[in-house]
Design a protein around this ligand. Structure first.
Ligand code: DGY
Length: 319
């Protein structure tokens, strides 16, 4: 019987599903496994159901003898060196599609919470500081009619654009390639250069994967090109933004605010960001609705099961 290592707690139905056909070594904790423990526990296993906290680089993959498939419980897979896995004949899968709408809901929620200063308002009421109605009390930025610049018009970027359309926003985007004309037409989205997007957007929202090309895609130079009233939203991956440069830009009010769900060294957050009022922080929860996280757990289990049964997994990443 094939054996599967599940490296960290998932929704229980995924483990029940796997136990029907496989032996399962389930690390059902929130801490998950250290790299050393993962390598040790993977001995004698055929598959790993991994999470984005498992860093599976080429060196670690070389120590996972016998592993035939890695099923990541995430759409992002920058935690896995897929070319190195391919070289070793290891199949790698992810969980696309199922989290698109939930993540887009959250990106828009973060945009609105940041623009309209919801966390500051909540803290203000709670602390008893609220004494009277004031003409400029926690005055924010308008969302309706504003220009939204999307870096990345893939599944999630397009889903954010659909929400923005409902708010009467003008939509600009930049991507490696222009989107198909039908999608541009549906979203009323215009392809522009990176510089034009930074210059003209009231909100800049990031929806690109983390690759060597997108690491620090937004740094000091890009932040300096944005409007002083602009808001940056990141629900993609932390290292896409240079966090030190962002904290500096927010402190100097080079941009107005930022809403961040992802960070360069999760769960650590740049100290300066924690001390600023004009940033809304969330702990990497954009896809965290109960239904979506359940579905992600099941999808990863289904991918692992299919691969071990000799079928082509639905969400294969290897070329
Ligand atoms: C992903 O799936 O890549 C998200 O970051 C976590 O849901």
């Amino acid at each position: 019987m094939s054996k599967i290592l599940v490296s960290k707690r998932v929704y229980p139905e995924a483990v029940e599903f796997l136990r029907k056909d496989f032996e399962v070594d389930y690390e059902g904790t929130d801490a998950g496994l250290t790299t050393e423990a993962l390598i040790e526990r993977a001995k004698g296993c055929d598959a790993i159901v991994s999470q984005l906290t498992d860093k599976l680089n080429a060196e670690i993959l070389s120590q996972l003898e016998g592993i035939k498939v890695i099923a990541n419980v995430a759409v992002g897979f920058d935690n896995i060196d897929v070319p190195a896995a391919t070289e070793r004949g290891i199949l790698v899968t992810n969980t696309p599609g199922v989290l698109t709408e939930t993540t887009a809901d959250f990106a828009f929620t973060l945009l609105m919470a940041t623009a309209r200063r919801i966390p500051e308002g909540h803290a203000f009421v709670h602390s008893g500081e609220w004494k009277t109605w004031l003409i400029d009390l926690l005055a924010g930025q308008d969302i309706h009619g504003a220009t939204l610049g999307l870096f990345g018009l893939g599944r999630i970027g397009a889903a954010v654009a659909r929400r923005a359309k409902g708010f009467g926003m003008r939509i600009l985007y930049n991507d490696a390639q222009p989107a198909p004309a039908a999608l541009e037409h549906e979203l009323d989205a215009r392809f522009v250069s990176k510089d034009e997007l930074l210059r003209d957007s009231d909100f800049v929202s990031l929806h690109v994967p983390l690759t060597p090309e997108t690491r620090h895609f937004i740094g000091a130079a890009e932040l300096a090109r944005m409007k002083p009233t602009a808001i940056l939203i990141n629900t993609a991956r932390g290292p896409v933004v240079d966090e030190v440069a962002l904290a500096d830009a927010l402190e100097k009010r080079l941009i107005w605010a930022a809403g961040l769900d992802v960070f360069e060294r999760e769960p650590q957050v740049e100290a300066k960001l924690l001390s600023l009022q004009n940033v809304v922080l969330a702990p990497h929860i954009a896809s965290a609705s109960v239904a979506t996280r359940r579905r992600m757990s099941m999808m990863a289990a289904e991918n692992a099961a299919a691969a071990l049964k000799g079928e082509r997994p639905a969400n294969l990443l290897n070329p």
